[in-house]
Write a protein that binds this ligand. Structure first.
Ligand code: HEC
Ligand code: HEC
Length: 305
């Protein structure tokens, strides 16, 4: 009930709940008190409908009455134990969030022996272990596939994890660092540093030439001198620097699309691309298994699915 700014609804809900129970109790007491005197010898009330339909005056069955009382007692006990009365938290202090957290903690504890065995191995060894990879696959489907795709091949803006092209490094240590801390790939808008729109087009063609992609060679030659503005991050040869997550521009792998238009857009607008940190969401052991799973994509071609 903490979602409400005033305690009006808390009082409203509590009043209705309590009134309901009190009203039921009253009804029971009242109907037991009122005696309908049987007028007739056969024990009927004397009311006759539809010519011969007469009303008996039998007391309520005991078991039914008791059920009624038990439900009322149950309701009272329930309201004392659980948070049913508006803002009142209940004696058991139960919350759905608390229950969820307890279940997660219990599941993690049950899985601990399994993960302890995984933790004793290096990611390289784990990537050969079918049991660990089955766990890795499930973790990947639940936590990573929505961005990187269920085949881990990524899509525009989301890197393909199955090739050997790494923005931030493909060693098991680097992958683990990526998963644990997350990554931000940030390229500032570079238009001002490059010059006129024409200069920008020229640099774009130079970038395309680096990977042997279709380009205008005259423009590429003109753009070469302007690439100095990019070299600080992408390296003088355009191969990128993993320490800053800058992309390799000499392969034909494009995270944000290729062609003059896509590259001029990169230069003009820059890009902030984020891989969310997994620590806090996943346990260290889970990240360990995922590291092996991801590393295995590009280092186990014979066995990889
Ligand atoms: C919300 C989307 C999202 C989710 C969820 C996500 N990622 Fe990422 N991931 C990204 C983005 C975007 C990048 C690229 C960051 C950049 O451009 O520097 C990335 C980068 C990476 C990289 C670095 C690739 C490289 O070339 O260096 C790895 C490894 C990775 N993700 C693995 C995972 C794993 C494993 C999971 C599941 C635990 C996961 N990601 C979940 C969006 C996501
Ligand atoms: C401050 C560092 C920095 C500078 C300067 C910089 N870049 Fe980048 N660039 C990056 C980073 C980091 C990425 C990767 C973005 C990501 O992770 O999504 C990137 C990505 C790109 C991409 C996308 C590659 C792909 O695979 O889709 C292109 C194209 C590009 N840069 C071109 C340039 C050009 C041309 C210049 C010079 C005008 C330049 N960059 C200057 C940091 C830089």
């Amino acid at each position: 009930m903490s979602d409400f700014t005033s305690n009006f609804w808390s009082i409203f809900v509590s009043s209705i709940s309590i009134f309901g129970i009190v009203y039921c109790a009253f009804l029971l007491w009242f109907s037991a008190k009122v005696k309908v005197s049987a007028h007739e010898e056969d024990g009927t009330t004397g009311h006759v409908w539809d010519e011969d339909l007469r009303e008996m005056n039998n007391p309520l069955p005991r078991w039914w009455l008791w059920l009624f009382i038990i439900t009322m007692v149950f309701a009272v006990v329930y309201f004392i134990a659980y948070p049913g009365l508006g803002g009142y938290a209940g004696k058991l202090a139960w919350t759905s969030q608390g229950q969820y957290e307890a279940e997660v903690a219990k599941a993690n504890q049950e899985l601990e022996p399994l993960y302890a065995a995984f933790n004793a191995q290096t990611p390289e060894q784990l990537s050969q272990d079918p049991k660990a990879m089955a766990v890795g696959e499930r973790l990947f489907m639940n936590n990573c596939a929505q961005c990187h795709g269920s085949d881990a091949r990524g899509s525009k803006g989301f890197p393909n994890l199955t090739d050997s092209d790494w923005l931030h490094g493909g060693t098991t240590d680097k992958i683990k660092e990526t998963l644990t801390k997350g990554r931000i790939g940030q390229m500032p808008p570079m238009a001002a540093a490059v010059g006129t729109p024409d200069d920008i087009r020229n640099v774009s063609h130079y970038v395309l030439s680096l990977s042997g992609s279709p380009h205008d060679s005259v423009r590429a030659a003109l753009g070469k001198s302007k690439f100095g503005a990019c070299a600080a991050c992408h390296g003088p040869d355009g191969k990128g620097m993993q320490a800053m997550g800058s992309a390799n521009l000499t392969d034909k792998i494009w995270l944000h699309g290729w062609g003059e238009e896509a590259i001029t857009a990169m230069i003009n607008n820059g890009k902030v691309n984020q891989m969310p940190a997994q620590e806090g969401r996943l346990t260290e052991s889970q990240i360990h298994v995922l590291t092996a799973y991801v590393w295995g994509f590009s280092n186990k071609p014979a066995v990889a699915k």
